[in-house]
Design a binder for this molecule. Structure first.
Ligand code: AMP
Ligand code: GLY
Length: 427
């Protein structure tokens, strides 16, 4: 079977790496891909938002399955376009993708279906938002309702900070149209986990757990990023908590989407805070997480292509996922300056040496090949991923690999997975 994978980040390299292991795969095309995905298939020079060109390419090349990595084309309705052309596509419809693309819609689905989440109010007028925030006497979270590459959320300890954040979004339009409408939410306390589940419209199949590290700095300090590292499994998610998440979050969300006339299929990713009162949804994403996908797929033993086909055809009840019992840790190496401005074009060395270490895979994210050398082109550059007999062992191996890789102004957190080790992983 020929497959077209859409995207060019670390998540897509991990998906390409895993799809390439399938006996069912004939040809893999990646649009536009990166030097990492090029190792597993053919990169095609079409951008993720060039929907018609992508569909035409798929038709001309006998592609039977399109796999959509990022949220933007999903929200733009790319899956509907592939399906209209008779090509199966892994991911939700444009309407389904609004669960991520419109945080006001996702709150509506949560509230309508009693899914536990923080109290919130929506505003599209700064003066009203300001009055409301000023009337509060505690920490608030200000969220752009539209897509802002994971950066559209400000956790503010004081209402005055919250007003500034709302002003930046609504008046200065730092996120463009995505921040014209905002949510003002109560701040929740607890530990965050990412739960990813396959959903075929009806059946829900939860993947192994993972935990991301969104803040830039060690000890969860500094601004939020797309994610600086992740590990799997997340020991904080006990069987009891997982049961609660399935019962109180995933099932009512999938049912709610059906009731709303927007049935959901693809990956449903719930970003959760495990509070003292139980799990609360922070956000939904409608795709694999980046970098959570890297450690999750590093542990998946089953054939990802078969799993994706079952998701598209509504037969998730017929498959069983097999997992590597070992743990995986992914450390993101970023360009110095990210998530703000950073320089590009820095030569990267040491990837081959890092991959010579046992059970290490280096997933490319913001890289390009220039005159035969790999250079940086993005904020998040590489996801250095290692398996180990415990989280501590995987962590040690991942950092051993990171130390072999060099580029000017490389930045990475030194504490990825420390939390899991404290949370009582067998180490
Ligand atoms: P989101 O994109 O909505 O997941 O928000 C990005 C990050 O902001 C989350 O991963 C949390 O670290 C933080 N965050 C979002 N909402 C809240 C909340 N209600 N309370 C505390 N932290 C939050
Ligand atoms: N790592 C967070 C995300 O993919 O949204």
């Amino acid at each position: 079977m020929n497959v077209l994978l859409v995207g060019n980040g670390g998540r897509e390299h991990a998906i390409a790496w895993k799809l390439a292991q399938s006996a069912k795969l004939k040809k893999l095309f990646i649009a536009p891909g990166n030097p990492g995905t090029a190792r597993h298939g053919t990169n095609i020079d079409i951008k993720v938002n060039e929907y018609d060109k992508l569909v035409k390419f798929a038709m001309d090349n006998n592609v039977q399955l399109a796999v959509i990595g990022p949220e933007d084309p999903l929200a733009g309705g790319i899956v509907d376009k592939f399906e209209k052309a008779g090509i199966k596509a892994f991911g939700p419809s444009g309407a389904g993708a609004q669960l991520e693309a419109d945080k006001a819609f996702s709150k509506f689905i949560m509230k309508a279906n009693s899914v536990p989440t923080a109290e919130s109010r929506t505003f599209d007028n700064f003066a009203d938002a300001k009055t409301y925030i000023a009337s509060r006497d505690e920490a608030v979270v200000i969220k752009a309702t539209g897509l802002a590459k994971g950066k559209g959320v400000f956790v503010c300890e004081e209402p005055s900070e919250g007003i500034l954040a709302a002003e930046k979004m609504m008046c200065d339009k730092i996120f463009g149209a995505a921040g014209e409408r905002i949510l003002v939410e109560d701040k929740l306390l607890g530990q965050e986990v990412s739960i990813l589940a396959l959903v075929d419209g009806r059946n829900i199949y939860v993947l192994e757990t993972a935990q991301d590290h969104k803040p830039l700095g060690d000890g969860d300090t500094g601004p939020n990023t797309g994610g600086m590292g992740a590990y799997s499994p997340a020991p904080i998610v006990t069987d009891k908590i997982m049961d609660q998440i399935v019962r109180e979050v995933l099932v009512p969300t999938v049912d709610g989407m059906n009731k709303n006339g927007t049935p959901y299929k693809g990956i449903l990713y719930a970003g959760l805070m495990i509070t003292q009162g139980g799990p609360r949804v922070l956000e939904y994403n409608v795709r694999f997480g980046d970098p959570e996908t890297q450690p999750i797929l590093a542990r998946l033993k089953s054939d990802l292509l078969e799993v994706m086909l079952a998701t598209c055809s509504g037969s998730l009840d017929k498959i069983t996922l097999e997992w590597d019992s070992r743990a995986a840790v992914c450390v993101v190496m970023a360009s110095g300056g990210y998530p703000d401005d950073y320089e590009k074009g820095k030569v990267i060395s040491g990837i081959d040496e890092a991959e010579k270490l046992k059970d290490v895979t280096v997933f490319h994210a913001g890289t390009a090949e220039k005159d035969g050398v790999i250079v940086t082109t993005g904020g998040r550059v590489l996801g250095v991923t290692a398996l180990g007999s415990s989280i501590a062992a995987a962590q040690a191996r991942a950092y051993e690999a990171v130390e072999k890789i060099k580029f000017e102004k490389a930045y990475y957190r030194k504490d990825i997975a420390d939390k899991a080790i404290k949370n009582g992983s067998k180490s």
